[in-house]
Design a protein around this ligand. Structure first.
Ligand code: SAM
Length: 248
């Protein structure tokens, strides 16, 4: 049987595509890609012509079986997403699970990942952290999720889009407290890369005041609460009071 290579691609700077990633993408029979047009552009930048198979969240369950059959027939394939590491807030989980269940070798070609890149420069505790992916888009559900996380002692990491970053920072400041240390990592590895660290209230004010700070792609990191019972109880009381005021 062939191998499924799970290949990380750049999150901005194309030079972050590793030599081994290039070699792998050149050598496989085909590449499963989240958006074939997007991946075609990346490949043509490196002069690679490859056959591509679309694998996105809407067809993944259906197509995984066919891809596994190709692997079982002896073809080696690669899996990429539009940016960074596949399966991290990106498609691929179902395919990888199906391949592993079928006894196929699944091998990583590690590389860029926005959450790890952000954590490595944020200056927040990094020994223990919790990646929360994207918060719910609707305000009510988003606030509820944040409230559930108010007592978390690990550093929290979120992905966020440009059109919600201001709102999310406002909600986070209200629920976690304006003084909670946090950071936003914007446009990492790109021209307008900016990493801001401050209390959530100050970060919210900064982003609200400057439209440029709302452009691009974001990782939001929030320090956890101090790991002692007193802090937890105080935080719990504060959040309870907030929720009581906001919920019907
Ligand atoms: N698989 C990717 C990874 O490994 O990081 C993440 C894909 S997810 C669909 C896209 C989100 O990742 C963006 O909305 C943003 O929150 C974050 N992101 C991706 N590239 C980024 C960058 N260059 N700077 C900051 N955040 C980025």
């Amino acid at each position: 049987a062939g191998t499924l290579h799970v290949v990380a691609t750049p999150i901005g700077n194309l030079n972050d595509l590793s030599p081994r990633a290039l070699e792998t993408l050149r050598g496989v029979a085909a590449i499963c890609a989240e958006d074939t047009r997007h991946t075609r552009q990346l490949l043509s930048h490196f002069g690679i012509e490859q056959s591509l198979v679309a694998l996105h969240e809407h067809n993944e369950s259906g197509i995984a079986e066919r891809i596994v059959a190709r692997l079982q027939a002896g073809e080696s394939l690669a899996l990429v997403s539009d940016a960074g590491t596949p399966l991290v807030s990106d498609p691929g989980f179902r395919l990888v699970a199906a391949a592993r269940a079928a006894g196929i070798r699944v091998s990583p070609v590690p590389g860029p990942c926005a959450l790890v890149a952000a954590l490595s420069v944020a200056g927040l505790p990094s020994d223990r952290f919790a990646f929360e992916g994207f918060l719910p888009a609707k305000a009510g559900a988003r606030r509820e999720r944040l409230s559930q996380l108010a007592g978390e002692t690990r550093t929290l990491i979120f992905y966020e889009s440009s059109h919600r970053i201001e709102e999310t920072l406002g909600d986070a400041a209200a629920i976690f407290g304006a003084d909670r240390p946090a950071a936003i990592a914007r446009e990492l590895t790109k021209l307008f890369e900016t990493v801001l660290s401050d209390g959530l209230g100050a970060l919210h004010a900064r982003v609200a005041a400057d439209p440029d700070q709302r452009k691009g792609e974001f990782v939001l990191l929030v320090q956890g609460v101090a790991d002692d019972i007193e802090a937890k109880t105080a935080e719990g009381r504060r959040v309870y009071a907030l929720l009581n005021a906001h919920l019907p």
